[in-house]
Structures are given as structure tokens and as C-alpha cells.
Write a protein that binds this ligand. Sequence first.
Ligand SMILES: [Zn+2]
Length: 106
Amino acid sequence: MSQQSEVRDLQAALRTASDIAFDQEAPAGEQAEVLVDALRRALAAAQSLSDGPGVTGCREHPRGAVDPLYNDKDDPLPPGWGKCLLCNDRRRRATRGLARRGPGLL
Ligand SMILES: [Zn+2]
């Protein structure tokens, strides 16, 4: 979902929530349920805004884990490797596979 539609979702949900919350009477029953639902939607939309488009910068795993070795001074990742732990693990397995076959095959 694009950031703009997240903002629209957030605004719509908050508007619904405040309409109910600032009503003459305290929300009860069905109204209270609608309020909870609207706040939940607002929270989800706000959450995805704060998460951004994905921390890994990986198109395949935008919500995946970040490699703990990324930006590690003592044990840096090979050049060209990204932040995505899943992709880096795949690369690690591939490199190890090559190493196991030994230099004789290269
Ligand atoms: Zn990835």
C-alpha cells in the first residue's frame, strides 16, 4: 500500500473515532465497538507509516529481518551485500557451497 493511502486510512479512521468519542453521549454498545475498530485501523495505518517501506531495502523481503552484521566494523559483509538477512543467508549458503566443492573445480 502506498504511503498516501496509509495516511488517508489513518485520517478516516481517526475522524470516525473522534466523531464517536466527541459525541454528546459516551459511546456504548455498537458505537463503542465501532470506536475500537476505528482506533485499531488508525493504529495499523500509523504503524505502517512508522515502519516505512521496509527496513531491509529488499524488494523480495521488505519486512524481513536486517542482517546483524550489516554495518559491523569487525566482521563486515562482503561488498555488494544488502541489509536483508534472508538474502544474505542465501548468499552465505551459496558461498559455502562453492567452498565445499573446493578450488580444484574452479
Ligand atoms: Zn531479501
